[in-house]
Design a protein around this ligand. Sequence first.
Ligand code: FPP
Length: 247
Amino acid sequence: MDRLDKTRLPRHIAIIMDGNGRWARKHSLGRIAGHRKGTESVRSVVEACRRIGIPFLTLYAFSSENRSRPEKEVEALMGLLERYLKSELETMTKNNIRLLAIGETAALPSGVKAVLDETIAKTAGNTAMTLTLALNYGGHDEILHAVRRIVDDARRGIIESRDVTEQRFEDYLHTKGIPDPDLLIRTSGEYRVSNFLLWQMAYTEFYFTETLWPDFREEHLVEAILEYQKRERRFGLTSDQVHKKRS
Ligand code: FPP
């Protein structure tokens, strides 16, 4: 953590937490045990981000495609999520962390939805860090949802086609008010975006690691941030232009 340049921290880290199933197989355990162990990594990474001073952390906890997994696994994941939310309210309050959710959360089981809504409401005034859980989330779904709402607003005369700028479009996304991720981390040696934050990741730096999510801890996070700090972010400009802008 001391090795990090505190003046060049990513403002927003997004993580695709992958490899729970493979971790379980490696340890001759069932898949659910992998997800349970993965919850420990969630706790550890949230705590580390808060300590390092990362203002926004977004975790891909359940994709719209994950809904098609075996019923037992989906149920177990929902149970873990419910328990996590119940157990973390106190820590979130103590650490001044605000919880948000993106995705089709209305379709979550009622118990999970209730505790999610309650945690979001109770942490709404917290200001040190925003933890966003992507639940029943899909990037295509999110963009289509935005387009449908824009069409509805256009019909009602609230918006005209020439007003649909990038900025106005972003107001219709689930991530309204959240800055785009600076750094995306994907664990377990998979090199895909898997329908995560498709609009928002236009200029995000990607970091892939072989580490399976249940093994991922603060030291792995620090490695990812150190790698990010070596990158030159050009946003489509030339290197010379970037250096002139900085000086
Ligand atoms: C991917 O591993 C992981 C998931 C689909 C779920 C992530 C959920 C958690 C880490 C636990 C609960 C979440 C919170 C926020 C408390 P995989 O099952 O696809 O792994 P595999 O590719 O090795 O099979």
